[in-house]
Design a binder for this molecule. Structure first.
Ligand SMILES: Cc1ncc(C[n+]2csc(CCOP(=O)(O)OP(=O)(O)O)c2C)c(N)n1
Ligand SMILES: [Mg+2]
Length: 566
């Protein structure tokens, strides 16, 4: 029988998994896989930096809620991918990173691009493997996909040495498994207990995190919120699982967001914490009352109880739990009494929402020159008003301002770096969003510092025909760090925080895109219109006030508990 090489087995396994894109940057060690993907149903999507390839895979995985593949070459290709993997880990994105490496036979011979890759990445991923046997490559690829998606999703790593990829083997001995588990277990007893606790509560809140999005539980959540009349907040990849425009949704759970979040979270007597984590974004749990009844549901048992003890922990699929809650409310006929019980509380939260937004209103409407960054965020939010619009935010203060402002109308429609806070995600995330949603408008708002890391992804967008619009909030500095230094030291340290004026829009024009400069607030909307109308990859370079300090900078100035001004 005709022999096949390992690279072909890898390519065929990716095709078999139904992969649409492999996000990648080339290298000799992975050419045996490229060779068999060329012309196949799996497209090679090549970026200008391996980090960008992994960020694209992260965004793709977060959008589709399925494993997404990044492929990099041995040594430097691998090390360039690491920041992306760390980001995917903290955002629970099921990224399958496939890396080449030197041949098994040349270990320790001083071969090109040699390094010991597995021990570096093993602690960063759910699981890491080297496949030593060419015939077993399809099994390992199946294992990688299964593991990335199982339980709480997250990145995995598969290393394929180049001599394994080049090895010719008899295809008769190859197993080609494709296994999927799709059971959604929950405990019906838990739903009954939750309803009993709710019937004794006065001021409950629901917090919906990325687990709600990954479990595709948006509809079930909406049904539960409408049945029970409990105010809901969303966080991280959970943003949009219920629309911010829903009358019972009070937008982001971040306390720095103008609105009701701070009051509601700090005064709730019962918290239903669904598929979320008690991270810094909840002051490690301290934002809640100590005596609040705390119910936490998560797919991962180890997550329950992190940073605070719980009154009820439910391990399982959050959609199954919400569906069970909805069934029980209907069966017991208690929806009406729950809704009237919490009606007054909802009014209190609604009032807090209005009062919480009032001080920010003049800043959202500011006519100041240089432009107030909140005015820019508001213009972006108002312009991107279609249900299927996608907004990506990257940067320090820029990301905070946008997070304080964005109205998210659906799941998978708003992306930022998340808890890892890795600057540079913007262009790769936006490119992935446009690639997956050609019919939707995709806008990136990025800090001027952040746009620099992966700037050549403008070129990727242009080459691949992705007409994204990138708005740069240009404060000519690493603003968040400058501001936190000002708060902490009384001044910012220019070496390390000041970048100066750069005509980013002209750089994008030089690459073949559309560029426009904006210096006055009334120019923002026409510039956005022109950028989208151009049908090209566009850069709107907006000069904003470098002196305005976001609440994120205030938090950063106090990081680690240090807050004394010297
Ligand atoms: C990869 C990476 N490097 C450094 C940092 C530290 N950092 C956090 S915010 C920030 C400044 C970001 O500047 P810019 O993108 O211009 O946004 P701005 O704060 O000015 O709005 C820096 C350097 C980080 N989070 N990630
Ligand atoms: Mg900046």
């Amino acid at each position: 029988m005709e022999q096949v090489i390992g690279g072909r087995l890898a390519a065929e396994a990716l095709i078999e998994q139904g992969v649409k894109y492999v996000f990648t940057l080339s290298g000799g060690h992975i050419t045996p896989i490229y060779q068999y993907l060329e012309g196949s149903p799996v497209a090679l999507f090549d970026t200008r930096h391996e980090q960008a390839a992994v960020f694209m895979a992260e965004a793709w995985a977060r959008m589709t809620r399925k494993p997404a593949v990044a492929m990099v070459t041995a040594g430097p290709g691998f090390t360039n991918a690491l920041s992306g993997i760390a980001n995917a880990r903290l955002s629970n994105a099921p990224v399958v990173l496939i890396s080449g490496c030197v041949g098994l036979e040349s270990a320790e011979k001083l071969d090109l691009q040699d390094m010991s890759q597995l021990p570096v990445i093993a602690p960063m991923v759910k699981k890491a493997w080297v496949c030593h046997i060419a015939q077993r490559i399809p099994e390992f690829i199946d294992l990688a996909f299964r593991t990335a998606a199982a339980g709480r999703p997250g990145p995995v790593y598969l290393e394929l040495p180049c001599d394994v990829l080049n090895k010719a083997v008899d295809p008769a001995g190859v197993k080609r498994p494709r296994s999927r588990v799709d059971s959604r277990p929950t405990d019906p007893e838990a739903a009954r207990e939750i309803l009993m606790m709710l019937q004794a509560a006065q001021n409950p809140v629901i917090i919906a995190g990325s687990g709600v999005w990954y479990a595709d539980a948006g509809e079930a959540l909406k049904g539960f919120v409408e049945r029970s009349g409990i105010p809901v907040f969303t966080g991280n990849s959970g943003r949009g699982v219920i629309s911010d425009t829903h009358p019972l949704c009070f937008e982001s759970s971040l306390a720095i967001r103008p609105g009701a979040a701070f009051l509601a979270l700090a005064s709730a007597d019962l918290v239903l914490f669904l598929g979320s984590r008690l991270s810094l974004f909840f002051l490690f749990g301290d934002i809640f009352r100590k005596d609040a009844r705390f119910i936490q549901a998560d797919i991962e048992a180890e997550e329950i109880g992190r940073n605070r003890s719980v009154d009820l922990g439910v391990v399982g699929d959050v959609r199954a739990l919400l569906e069970e809650l909805n069934r029980s409310i209907d069966a017991q006929g208690i929806g009406g009494s729950l809704r009237s019980r919490f009606q007054g509380w909802v009014e209190t939260v609604r009032k807090a929402d209005g009062e919480g937004k009032a001080p920010t209103q003049p800043l959202w409407e500011s006519d100041a020159v240089p432009i107030h960054p909140l005015r820019l965020a508001r213009e972006v939010d108002a312009f991107m008003d279609r249900d299927d619009d996608i907004v990506v935010a990257d940067g320090g203060d820029t990301q905070v301002w946008m997070g304080m402002t964005r109205t998210v109308r659906g799941g998978g429609r708003y992306f930022d770096s998340g808890l890892y806070g890795c600057l540079a995600v913007g262009l790769p995330f936006a490119n992935a969003a446009k690639l997956g949603h050609r019919e939707s408008r995709v806008l990136l708002i990025s800090g001027d510092g952040s746009i620099g890391f992966n700037f050549m992804e403008f070129h990727t967008a242009i080459r691949k025909g992705l007409p994204i619009v990138a708005v740069i909030a240009n404060d000519q500095s690493w603003g968040m760090i400058a501001h936190s230094q000002t708060l902490r030291l009384g001044h910012s340290i220019p070496d390390g925080t000041w970048l100066g004026r750069v005509d980013y829009h002209r750089l994008v024009e030089a690459l073949g895109g559309f560029g426009v400069l904006v210096e006055r607030p009334e120019e923002i909307r026409p510039a956005l219109e022109a950028a989208f109308a151009s049908g090209r990859t566009a850069c709107v370079n907006v000069m904003v006030d470098p002196t305005v300090i976001s609440p994120g900078s205030v938090a950063l100035a106090n990081i680690g508990g240090y807050c004394a001004k010297q």
